[in-house]
Write a protein that binds this ligand. Sequence first.
Ligand code: NDP
Ligand code: 2IT
Length: 445
Amino acid sequence: MKYIERVLEEIKQKDKDQPEFNQALEEVLKSVEVIFKKHPEYEKMAILERLVEPERIIQFKVPWTDDKGVAHVNRGFRVQYNSALGPYKGGLRFHPTVNLSVLKFLGFEQIFKNSLTTLPIGGGKGGSDFDPKGKSDSEVMRFCQSFMTELYRHIGPDVDVPAGDMGVGGREIGYLYGQYRRIRGISERGVLTGKGIGYGGSLARKEATGYGLVYFLLEMLKANNIEPAGLNAIVSGSGNVAIYAVEKAMQHGIHVIAMSDSRGYIVDEKIDLKAVKKIKEELRGSLKDYPKLAKHGQYFEGSVYDAKLKAEIVLPCATQNEIDIKRAKAIVANGCIAVAEGANMPDNNDAIAYYLEKGILFAPGKAANAGGVATSALEMSQNSMRYSWTFEEVDEKLQDIMKQIHEQCTDAMKKYRLDKINYVAAANIAGMQKVIDAMIAQGDY
Ligand code: NDP
Ligand code: 2IT
């Protein structure tokens, strides 16, 4: 469609050096043609141009000192993308690969993901090219304090509410929150989510992304009359999302036969999740220590997607662009029937097109991993009420939300008569339409 092509081309020219951002734009915009066919007036209103441009980008320096007294400087960012539905909401990523392209792709996706949760949150993302690997707790603390010393002036419970992402978990959120409280001199718990349970965190937030991913997968399998118990699964990653996806999948009788990290992967008929948790959550170590700790299983270097393991289910839960067309072909050739993304954009656009062509049930991240941010929004609600729900109460709400997201997808497939099962187009259409309606209603031009 001409309008979409034009906007994509303009951004490609303007943001030549932002490949991940261009990739995410292409994935989303090419699947929402039906919206713009139905509403030709949107072009005159420059709806797309308004959607693709962040409302605000903040970039700042983050100076900190290591344990030897040596000073370092990293880059910090916050992309405040769209606030039509509520305060900017989205994680902070600390990883050496962080740059504006990565954060703009994540922020753009976050707008529609957050819209799908049905909760009142806009979209944002932030982070730093700081690498927490190998750093002591006190180095991470000093980094977080320096990061917040700049960020605090740009955020607030009704302004922008950051949370965790890769490299940012409970430890980092604790240090960030402490510094915010110290500088502002008030107890404003709703400013960050993913906090510790003792100071305003929500039960089940830690588990939420992984659990939610499996809840979505179960809905998708049920809608297609597939029994999950007894199926084999490969899960890439062994961080926050992967660990709790594996835990929930196992509870439903799915056999997880492999997990991975940035250097290698483990293959084990009976994965010992306690051992994985010990290595990753306690020791912050490498999966190569797994066979010794678990006393079974094998460790290999390289990508789990090059291992040609037979599995009906694949849950990519590590990072973006892990799966290209070659790996997608191998995944399908090895008997996969369903792929659900715990990570953001782990499959590139060719891989996604291949799954759709082959009739693989494919759940895109913005629908399947929305349980994390949804539970963050539940944490915000609890902070506002000054009251906490039990684990079971939060988990029940999370299950309802994931069911609702699945329903929004199937409704969009029916409403727009998508010719085959296409959760990509459905999630993008359902997520985007609400944001457009809110922007128009609020006179955002
Ligand atoms: P973590 O930092 O907890 O874990 C990331 C995992 O990915 C680690 O196991 C890491 O390995 C692995 N990894 C990193 N880079 C690579 C690579 N190049 N190849 C293979 N594996 C790699 O992050 P999360 O679990 O929080 O996030 C994972 C994904 O899920 C990200 O895409 C994130 O955006 C997304 N997500 C996270 C949510 C959340 O609530 N946390 C919510 C929704 C989506 P190693 O241990 O060696 O570093
Ligand atoms: O990608 C994501 O949705 C997250 N990292 C979670 C964001 C949040 O605000 O909980």
